[in-house]
Design a protein around this ligand. Structure first.
Ligand code: SF4
Length: 171
């Protein structure tokens, strides 16, 4: 898997401070995408063990408690999914109580079996492609109003899509 960048302190892509990982490569090519430099699967850098170690070792650097956000590009496309599952699995082994957010252009109900595997490791899923006609810059964590912020644990428990209650969840 290749990645675009890791941002150690990000307040735009989570509720509270997160460390963010942008994967490289996106098959969706949404009209009006604000992150076109992540489309090309050949750009960016190869994600290596040292990058995962960097995330693990620096997630609380300077005593700042951070959660982890994974964006794209498309983290859950065939070229990226295996590495993303591994990152989430290892991260949760070390930090079971930290949250993992993932942004995807896919829709939860249409996930394939491998994509469903990621659900046991993550907490919040923002799903759906960016839709220019539904663009809204005033809504939290999303670029367009068709995208959903899903509480993954509750969704698995209740076997239905449960949206995150943003009023309750202040992290
Ligand atoms: S899924 Fe995200 S990165 Fe990919 S084209 Fe759509 S908005 Fe851009």
């Amino acid at each position: 898997m290749r990645f675009s960048k890791i941002k150690q302190n990000d307040i735009a892509n989570g509720l509270g401070i997160v460390m963010s990982l942008w994967t490289q490569g996106c098959p969706h090519h949404c009209k009006g995408c604000f992150n076109k430099e992540t489309w090309d699967f050949n750009r960016g850098k190869e994600f290596k063990e040292q990058d995962l170690n960097f995330i693990i070792e620096n997630i609380d650097k300077n005593n700042i408690k951070r959660n982890l956000s994974i964006l794209g590009g498309e983290p859950l496309c065939p070229k990226n999914i295996d590495q993303i599952i591994n990152i989430c699995k290892v991260f949760k082994e070390v930090y079971p109580d930290k949250l993992i957010y993932i942004w995807t252009g896919y829709i939860l109900e249409e996930f394939n079996e491998k994509q469903k595997d990621i659900l046991k490791y993550i907490n919040i899923l923002i799903d759906g492609k960016f839709e220019e006609k539904n663009k809204n810059l005033s809504i939290k964590l999303r670029g367009s109003s068709n995208q959903r912020i899903i509480d993954v644990k509750k969704s698995l428990e209740q076997e239905r899509v449960v949206l995150l209650d943003l009023e309750v969840k202040t992290l």
